[in-house]
Design a protein around this ligand. Structure first.
Ligand code: J2J
Length: 530
């Protein structure tokens, strides 16, 4: 599959010329890892049968070939899209490498997604099947998947297995997979990433983070998350010939124990998890001599938390400000403490173009806050099948509107100060306001709904829904509305943390009320109430 919104030829040529795009594909990455590191351990973790697995690169390569053969026998063909809806386990790697080996395109769903989201991914991507598990997190994944797609692979019944078929030879400018966007609109967006662009970001990230064959990376967040996958994540570690440890749960007990027992050198977490690990470590004072780097990203890491990480965990903090659409910023391992604690780092690539602009897309004076626009060798030029949305999500000259408010310091480090997009960042989990409002408005007693983010000590922010009933005499109970949203089959993190039934929304003074002005006014109102 080719990009619908390709990089303009002069940009593609320049990225190749500069050596960013090398023509490497996913099958190439695996073949190189097997050739160079065949006997080294690629992945360690508890499999779905609760048995500890440890696979070398050679093992993983063979498994990927068998999984590809098994998927082919089930009717999956090169170019087909397949939704991967799996929790963290060694099987995750076997499945995605099986898909890449076959030339099929993974569509990455989060384990927390539910029927409405997965159904949408299958329909929108015209996926031929879903790979999932029987049950996880007290939810019947496979049963749900069977309601959605005629082809369901339940890895709890065994990985797909068949005689190897030829290894795919995609073009490096083909789309390799579809990644998920945090979303700002009623429907989530899918992000088409090519072999060339994504693997450049992976290799460059591995360099910046100093990965070697001795790196032991703990995958604590879902593997599907772009952070865990690529910044430098499990792909960066595989590029370097290191070892991936899959954590069955991100909780501090599980993870601190795994860090100790598996000799983990690096882990990647969102701020609330970092806080939980730090609190546990401050109490237990565990001995974690192997841990060198804790990466924190996905949401703003406050400087207070940032300062506690080194002392509590005996590891260097690395802030990571990234997005599945592309641009990733890192504080560098040799940056002074001040930069590491107070900034979100700087871009991966010399070819990453960043602009900080006002509401008219004019660049703001150096050091001032503005909206971040970006363009570069691994930032998309358009979402998948979303022409209308793309018209506003990108500038005419191809910059992606990140929706983040930032300022740049003198060293070019980014400080994230807020956002203009209609999204709530719930401890790294992204909630599109409009998506949840639409779910609430589907309730027969709801006339209108607006979701705002309100400050939360632990999550950074949580969601607060204001709801106007159709009939003030019969206003729905908040608990019923929350249950209603949950029962529509959405990820639990999207269910409003609080629902408040009100008579009317505040008048915003803008005449015709925009949703954005409305949300801002509601957030103000919430603050005033304290
Ligand atoms: C403030 N906001 C941040 C940070 C992301 C690496 C790391 C994270 C993601 C990710 C990723 C932030 N401080 N350190 O894909 O490769 C918010 C911004 C951003 C949005 C992107 C990666 N790190 N954010 O979080 O696609 O608002 O990617 O635009 O999930 O998260 O979300 P997502």
């Amino acid at each position: 599959m080719k990009l619908e919104n390709p990089y303009p030829p002069e940009f593609a040529a320049a990225y190749r010329e500069a050596g960013y795009w090398t023509g490497q594909t996913f099958p190439d990455l695996l073949a190189t890892a097997v050739a160079e590191h065949g006997e080294r351990t690629a992945v360690v973790g508890t499999d779905r049968q609760k048995v500890r697995q440890s696979w070398t690169y050679a093992d993983l390569g063979q498994r990927a070939r068998r999984v590809a053969g098994g998927l082919h026998a089930l009717g999956v063909r090169p170019g087909d899209r397949v939704v991967v809806w799996l929790p963290n386990a060694p099987e995750y790697l076997a499945v995605i490498w099986g898909l890449f080996t076959l030339g099929a395109l993974p569509v990455f769903a989060l384990p927390a997604h539910r029927e409405s989201e997965v159904r949408y991914f299958v329909e929108h991507a015209e996926a031929v099947g879903i790979v999932t598990v029987t049950r996880h997190d007290r939810y019947d994944h496979a049963e749900t998947a069977r309601r959605i797609s005629p082809l369901v692979v339940d890895v709890d019944e065994g990985l797909p297995d068949g005689d190897p078929v030829p290894v795919a030879t995609p073009d490096a400018d083909d789309v390799a997979f579809l990644q998920l966007s945090g979303g700002t609109t009623g429907l989530p967006k899918l992000i088409p990433r090519t072999h060339d662009d994504y693997l450049y970001s992976v290799r460059a990230s591995a360099d910046i983070c100093g990965l070697t064959p001795d790196t032991v990376f703990l995958a604590a967040l879902p593997c599907a998350h772009n952070f865990t996958m690529s910044s430098p994540g499990l792909l960066g570690v595989m590029h370097a010939g290191g070892k991936v440890v899959t954590a069955p749960s991100p909780d501090p007990d599980t993870c601190l124990r795994l860090i100790g027992s598996e000799g983990v050198t690096m882990a990647a977490v969102v701020p609330p998890l970092a806080a939980a690990w730090v609190a546990a470590a401050e109490k237990q004072e565990p001995d974690l001599p192997s841990l060198q780097v804790l990466q924190v990203g996905g949401a703003k890491c406050g400087s207070e938390l940032a300062a506690r990480i080194g002392p509590a965990l005996g590891a260097r903090l690395q802030q990571v400000f990234g997005m599945a659409e592309g641009l990733v910023n890192y504080t560098r391992l040799d940056d002074p403490d001040d930069v590491v604690i107070h900034t979100q780092g700087r871009p991966i690539s010399p070819a990453d173009e960043v602009r900080v602009v006002d509401e008219h897309d004019r660049e703001v004076p150096a050091g001032e806050v503005g909206a971040l626009l970006t363009r570069g060798p691994y930032t998309i030029r358009g979402y998948y099948r979303a022409a209308e949305h793309n018209a506003t999500a990108f500038t005419d000259d191809g910059f992606y509107r990140t929706g983040d408010l930032v300022r740049l310091d003198e060293g070019g480090n980014v400080v994230v100060t807020g956002r203009v997009k209609e999204q709530i960042n719930r401890g790294g989990e992204k909630v599109a306001a409009e998506e949840v409002e639409n779910h609430l408005m589907a309730h027969p007693s709801v006339l209108d709904a607006a979701i705002v983010g309100v400050p939360d000590e632990y999550l950074g922010e949580r969601t607060h829904a204001y709801v106007i009933p159709r009939d003030p005499e019969e206003s729905p109970a908040p608990a019923d509305l929350r249950r209603f949203v949950r029962e529509r089959g959405v990820a639990a993190f999207k269910v409003p943390d609080r629902v408040e039934v009100v008579d009317a929304f505040p008048v915003t003074g803008v005449g015709k009320t925009s949703r954005r002005a409305l949300r801002a006014a509601l957030a103000d109102q919430h603050r005033e109430k304290g």
